[in-house]
Write a protein that binds this ligand. Structure first.
Ligand code: NAP
Ligand code: ZN
Length: 347
């Protein structure tokens, strides 16, 4: 086994702390990556705090991983020692069911294996994520990273980037469409950059007036303070598409009424409590409410290439790993500009 160190939550009630553990020895199709940066996703907080149900502890979170290849198994062809590589939210899936065969491993009908808080398919144990010095991952789940972009700022693309890119593509957001983004945090600010690059007219809904100037600077054409009902009502019946990235319970109905006839609202934010839904908000105008989970590996590579072409990275605040608990508290207050990324040199 390969010795590893990182930060883990020992139980759902405990803050993260220094933790020693092991990675498996390389199999023929494995890549061993020295982790340089790992982004901090709100899903990390939901999971270490058991907000989505009981997790597996100790838990080393982190699924926005970038670094350099340290070693490769005998049959690896896509990577060689020294290459940049990334790992996102998944490290395994059956690769055989209809969803996997369509490149939609996130919807694997036999269940994908999460990068952390997951169980290895062969029963060898629990997966541990990127708040650590290295990871061993099968080649099919490793992504190729461009050396032209700031590596720390690329790491959030592995979750925040793909989670917002995938629904924008699936629902065919295109030039001139009016697109709303609810919540201007890690996912929200990526959605704005990506929808802007797809030439949509982008409107940000935020509860934080202090973020308005940044939203406009990062690609929004308009900003609506969502607590101001007059501003909200000015947009009734006008959106082609709305992406909801909010991490806490909130009202969906008001946003549904902002969709035009046949418009789509898609949820990626996953609060711990169910919303109240008024059917009338959907029925009037034949509106649709959907959801979307990260994105497949092929699409993640497509998104990384799209970002390299359009010079898109995340706006980040680089932190030493010792500040992770403080970063969580700030994220819960909406105080992040706009993604924390851990500099693994601090480990
Ligand atoms: P984040 O950086 O903390 O951003 C969430 C934003 O939501 C905040 O910045 C804030 O934006 C807004 N917000 C927070 N509390 C709110 C409240 N009470 N009412 C209204 N707005 C509120 O989180 P993130 O990392 O972007 O993740 C967002 C959500 O997506 C999480 O639930 C996460 O688990 C989920 N997620 C889903 C997927 C998927 O595959 N579907 C993948 C990754 C993450 P403003 O200050 O602008 O209002
Ligand atoms: Zn995530």
């Amino acid at each position: 086994m390969i010795k590893a160190k990182g930060f883990a939550a020992i139980s759902p009630k405990s803050p993260l702390e220094s933790f020693q553990f092991e990675r498996r020895n390389l199999r023929d199709n494995d890549v061993h990556i020295e982790i340089q940066y790992c982004g901090v996703c709100h899903s990390d907080i939901h999971q270490v705090r058991d907000e989505w149900g009981p997790g597996i502890f100790p838990m080393v979170p982190g699924h926005e991983i970038v670094g350099r290849v340290l070693a490769v198994g005998a049959q690896v062809t896509k990577f060689k020692i020294g290459d940049l590589a990334g790992v996102g939210c998944m490290v395994d899936a059956c690769l055989d069911c209809p969803s996997c065969k369509e490149g939609l491993e996130q919807y694997c009908e036999n269940g994908f294996v999460g990068t952390y808080n997951g169980k290895e398919k062969d029963g060898t144990g629990t997966t541990h994520g990127g708040y650590s010095n290295s990871i061993v991952t099968r080649e099919e789940f490793c992504l190729t990273i461009s050396s032209n972009l700031n590596l720390a700022a690329v790491s959030p693309l592995l979750c925040a980037g793909i989670t917002t890119y995938s629904p924008l593509k699936h629902w065919k957001v295109s030039k001139g469409q009016k697109v709303g983004v609810i919540g201007f945090g890690g996912l929200g600010h990526m959605a704005v950059k990506l929808a802007h690059a797809m030439e949509a007219h982008v409107v940000v809904f935020t509860t934080s007036p202090s973020k308005a100037a940044d939203a406009l600077r990062l690609g929004a054409h308009e900003v609506v303070i969502s607590k101001d009902m007059t501003q909200m009502k000015n947009h009734t019946n006008s959106f082609d598409f709305i992406l909801d990235t909010v991490s806490a319970p909130h009202d969906y109905n008001i946003y549904l009424t902002l969709l035009r006839r046949d418009g789509n609202m898609v949820l990626v934010g996953l609060p711990d409590k169910p919303p109240e839904l008024y059917p009338g908000a959907l029925i009037m105008g034949r509106r649709k409410l959907g959801g979307s989970l990260i994105g497949g590996i092929k699409e993640t590579q497509e998104m990384l290439d799209f970002c390299a072409k359009h010079n898109i990275v995340s706006d980040i605040e680089l932190i030493p790993i010792q500040k992770i608990n403080e970063a969580y508290e700030r994220m819960i207050k909406g105080d992040v500009k706009y993604r924390f990324v851990i500099d693994m040199k601090s480990l």
